[in-house]
Every structure is written in C-alpha cells, then in structure tokens.
Write a protein that binds this ligand. Structure first.
Ligand code: PNW
Length: 484
C-alpha cells in the first residue's frame, strides 16, 4: 500500500469492508470507520478556561508608584537564597507590559484570568495609609481585562507580605492587618471583581518559609512556632472572608486557593476510596480541614500535643467562615492504602522510580490527582463550587533557531491531567473551571528564572514573549471545550 496517513488508512479499510458487507454494518465495521477520528472529551457547557499568575512573579517595578519591599524582595536580595541571586526586581515587567499580557490571554481565548494583588503596593507598610497609586495599577489591569471580555479572579495574598509589618506572620496582628487590606481592596474593586481568593497555598509558604527556610522569610522555626504561624494564616483567611463580605458588592464570591495534599486510592474500590478520604481530611488538618470545618481534628491536636497552636475564643468560628467556592492548586499526587491502624489509612511512600518531570524533582506525574482532588474534596466537604486554580509544569524549554518552543512534555502533562478532570466534570462534581499555571515564564521563587512554567516563553533580557507549542494546544482545547 502507498504511504497513507493513519486517518487515510482507516478510511480505506472502512470503505473496503463496507463494500464487502452485504446488508448490515457490524459493530466492528463501525469501529473501523472511526479509526483516526479524534475522540473528544467534551467539558460541560460554560466550563471556564483560564490561566494563573502572581504579582511578585510577573510584575517587576518593585519600587514604582509607592510600592515598598515585601519579604520576597528582602529574601531574594539576600545572597545565597535564590538561584544565582535572581530577584523579582524586573521579572516579566508586567507592571508595564500588562496590555501585552492581556493580549496573550485574549489570543488563547480564555474566559477567566487569575492574578494576585501585591499587598505592598496597596498598603506599602502593610497597614496604615493606603497608596492609591498602587491600587490604580490594578484598576488599569481590570479595565483592560473587562474590555477584552476576560473575567478577573483575584488572589489577595500570594506570598508578598509587606516587610514593614512587625513580626510578619509570627505576629497575630498581621491577620488583622490582612483583613483590613482585604476589606479595602474588596470595597474598591468588587464593582469589577466577582471572585476573590483570600490566600494562596498556606501549606507551601508556611512550610517552606518558616520551617525549612527555603522561601521568604527564610526561617527554620521549631514546630510550636510554625503551628502558631499556620494558625495566624488561617485566622487571617477567616477575618479576610468576613472583611470582604462586609465591604464588597452584594453577591461577591469568596474562596481560597490551596495546594491541599491530594490522596489517590491505589485501588479504586470502596474500602480504598474511604482510606483516601480519611487521609485527605487528616493530612490537611491545619489548613483546608480547619477552614472547611471550623475546627482542628482530634488527630491533629493529639499529634502536635504541646506544640498545638494556641487558639483564642472565637478563632475557630472565624476560621470556618462559610465560603462560596474552593480553589485547588494541584500538581502532584499522594497515594494511600487502607490499613487497620486507628487512622484507617497508610500513606504509601513513592518508590524512587516513580515518574516525575525531569525539569523539577517535586513534580511526580499522576494525572489522576485532578479527578481525586475534585472527588475527595466534594465528598468530604460538599463545597458549592470548585476550581482547579493551578496546574501545570516546568519544562526545559529551548528556543529553536527558527523561534519555536516545542514543549511536548508540557502538552502531555496538561492533556493527561485534563482527561482526568473531564471525568470529574462529567460525573457531576461541581467543578467550574481550570486555571493553567502559568501564562508566562516567570520568577519561580527560590528557583529564580531557572524554571519555566509558562505557556509563553519569555526572553528575560528583551521581555519578548513567544507562544510555545503548549499555548497552541491549549488554545485549541479551549476553542473545542474539549481534550482529545
Ligand atoms: C505554586 N512544591 O507553588 C505557587 O502557587 C506558584 O506561585 C508557583 O509558581 C507554582 O506552584 C509552581 O511551583 C509551589 O515544592 C511551589 O511542592 C513549590 C511546590 C508546590 C507548589
């Protein structure tokens, strides 16, 4: 046979067999006729497709229009703390290039964009006098997004804590300062912002910033102090929810974006699913569980013993303030088996051979994590709505001589994760949308500019943005509202 494409080959076979069939089309003949046709996994009508970014990772302009330093400015300027001493001083310069970045969003066809507001632009000292010029930047961004029919989803804290706040998150007063800031932003922006996320990823910044010292402010504190910081963080969230509700336009939706640890049952049966959900609740006790239940689990309080956080009367009710939605940042799975211990589950350590992205040692590949993220959280806590607020991968992207970036690894990572999210969406869980991390290559925290997570390649010398193959793929998926 001549050189035929797979599709042509399928058609040829189908025609030949159809010609030889006498009267009826048999099932296998029909299947053959479908050879090579894409099988579309369609998402529910109205499913929201988006991208996510964060202020310190993209904005630059750190000393402009009255912004003062955040703990990330201090940390990244401390020798030895970030890859090759990289800082967010310039980053993607999105402070000046935001219109171009919104054009990139428009070109992808996204309907939603998740970005964060830099607290030290709005309150340069963390509390006290607001800086109207700082807020004006976000007014410009919002107006440009709305002009392009892109709905803004706004994160109020994505790690850039104003340096000036005395004692930072170690000080309970910071939770109050956060709520004042959140209420102020809600009052001024909720005419155009309908969805606010209080805080991004408690788990990540409390552990890496205050226990392991790998993120700002670079502390390695004993467990009792870290637990108190965790408590101040969820308290800030609760106070923030209340402040947003008190100041925002009626109907404004409030939630959070948490990288909750997600547990996948090793075997999908009732016993193992139950174990995964027990783990989901217990292993997230200081964060998502506390926020969605308004209490710390007995298991957490017992495990921490004398190191458990000191809780003042009324705190837990504030922490458990009702939410309109839950955002889940999800990159990598945990696995669980049922066992006969009192907890009823055992977290299964990953073998060293477990596959991971070659570009990042923490990015273990288990795309089923998106299905179980949605299912576990829905079945345990029954939230009104859910979003995947981050998912994506870094890739060792190289610009080819003719100006292309062929990031097939990112395409495969995202495509496979979306097939599992599709399962959750079609089984009726209240998953409303997906935000890919990230729109652009950006300042990847302690990894500086060495890790590229973007759909668009950024040349950090010229600020030229180039869409990668994954951008083209995502654009088509959005247009079809489906993955293949
Ligand atoms: C998230 N880990 O951070 C953040 O929300 C983003 O700002 C960040 O750029 C993105 O994921 C990619 O890293 C994480 O080590 C950082 O497990 C580190 C981890 C997880 C999430």
């Amino acid at each position: 046979m001549k050189n035929l494409t797979r599709r042509q080959f399928g058609k040829t076979l189908a025609t030949t067999t159809a010609a030889t069939a006498l009267t009826t089309t048999l099932p296998w003949q029909k299947a053959l006729a479908d050879v090579g046709k894409p099988k579309l996994l369609e998402f529910p009508k109205g499913f929201l497709w988006g991208c996510a970014t964060a202020s310190y990772q993209i904005e630059g302009a750190v000393a402009e229009d009255g912004r003062k330093p955040s703990i990330w400015d201090t940390f990244s300027h401390t020798p030895g703390k970030t890859f090759q001493g990289d800082t967010g001083d310039v980053a993607d310069d999105s402070y000046h290039l935001y219109k171009e970045d919104i054009r990139l969003l428009k070109n992808l066809g996204v309907s939603v964009y998740r970005f964060s507001i830099a607290w030290p632009r709005v309150f340069p000292d963390g509390s006290g006098a607001p800086n109207p010029k700082g807020l004006d930047y976000y007014n410009r961004v919002l107006d440009e997004l709305l002009k392009n029919n892109i709905t803004p989803y706004v994160t109020l804290f994505h790690w850039d804590l104003p340096q000036a706040l005395p004692g930072g998150w170690q000080n309970r007063d910071t939770s109050k300062a956060y709520a004042d800031y959140a209420g102020y932003v809600a009052k001024h922006l909720s005419d155009r912002v309908s969805h606010f996320f209080t805080i991004n990823e408690f788990e990540c910044w409390t552990n890496l910033g205050y226990q392991e010292g790998r993120f700002a402010p670079g502390l390695k504190l004993p467990n009792a102090q870290v637990n108190q910081i965790r408590h101040n963080a969820v308290l800030a969230h609760g106070l923030g929810v209340q402040a947003i509700r008190a100041n925002a336009k009626a109907g404004t939706q409030v939630g959070l974006a948490e990288n909750t640890k997600v547990f996948v049952p090793v075997i999908e049966n009732a016993e193992q699913i139950k174990a995964a959900q027990l783990a989901q609740r217990e292993e997230n006790a200081p964060f998502l569980t506390a926020v969605l239940e308004g209490k710390y689990t007995d298991g957490y309080l017992q495990r921490e013993g004398a190191n458990a956080p000191k809780v003042e009367p009324g705190d837990m009710k504030i922490i458990g303030s009702p939410l309109d939605f839950v955002g889940i940042n999800s990159y990598t799975p945990g696995y669980v088996e049922a066992d006969s211990s009192p907890s009823g589950y055992k977290v299964v350590p990953r073998p060293t051979s477990f596959p991971r992205m070659a570009s990042a040692n923490w990015l273990f590949i288990g795309p089923e994590v998106l299905y179980w993220a949605v299912r576990n959280v829905s079945e345990i806590w029954n939230p009104k709505a859910l979003y995947i607020t981050e998912n994506g991968t870094s890739s060792d992207d190289v610009l080819t001589a003719d100006g292309h970036i062929e990031d097939t690894d990112r395409v495969m990572y995202v495509r496979n994760h979306l097939t599992h999210l599709h399962r959750a969406a079609t089984e009726g869980y209240p998953i409303k949308g997906y935000f890919l991390w990230s729109l652009l290559d950006n300042f990847e925290w302690a990894d500086g500019y060495s890790k590229r997570f973007g759909l668009h390649y950024v040349d950090f010398k010229t600020q030229v943005r180039t869409p990668k193959l994954s951008a083209q793929w995502y654009k088509e998926a959005i247009a079809k509202n489906a993955v293949e």
